[in-house]
Design a binder for this molecule. Structure first.
Ligand SMILES: [Zn+2]
Ligand SMILES: [Zn+2]
Ligand SMILES: [Zn+2]
Ligand SMILES: [Zn+2]
Length: 161
């Protein structure tokens, strides 16, 4: 009887210790890890592997640092929690605010992101996902990648003439 009890205890202990091994909070890898400055979470220490001028978004550290409100809030020195920070809310238009607060580079996501009207290309009406799609902004207008390029060519031609 007593022997059996001991075994069970050992088993519990084992599962606990494997859980304690730090993993990147974004991709779950257990390799080389560091902690984020902003929120003190384990994250892949992969910034040095980033290839300059490649657009690959494959660095957990860099993605969290560049594309989240968490990091923005920290770097701007705002007080309190980023999730209910009125300054962060003001600094971005709603669509970007929601994207920065809910994308896959976040450890914690905005629980009740505000609604927003989708941004549309002012030329062709295509919906532009500001966080992911290439686009051009001129004043209050947005152009999709395609229309933006056409517009750019027009401007270049005009400036030559
Ligand atoms: Zn990672
Ligand atoms: Zn953070
Ligand atoms: Zn903030
Ligand atoms: Zn367009």
């Amino acid at each position: 009887m007593a022997h059996r009890k001991k075994q069970i205890i050992n088993k519990d202990h084992k599962t606990k210790s494997s859980k304690g091994r730090p993993r990147c909070g974004l991709c779950g890898k257990t390799g080389k890890l560091t902690k984020t400055e902003c929120c003190d979470q384990w994250i892949c220490d992969d910034e040095d592997q980033y290839v300059l001028f490649s657009y690959a978004q494959n660095s957990c550290y860099r993605n969290h640092d560049r594309y989240t409100l968490c990091s923005y809030h920290y770097h701007e020195g705002h007080p309190g929690d980023w999730k209910d920070c009125p300054k962060c809310r003001e600094d971005f238009e709603t669509e970007m605010y929601v994207w920065y607060g809910t994308n896959e580079y976040n450890f914690e996501k905005l629980e009740n992101p505000p609604d927003y009207e989708p941004t549309k290309c002012s030329k062709c009406g295509k919906i532009i996902k500001l966080g992911e799609d290439g686009h051009t902004q001129t004043g209050n207008e947005y152009l999709c990648e395609k229309c933006g390029n056409l517009e750019l060519q027009k401007v270049l031609r005009q400036s030559k003439a």
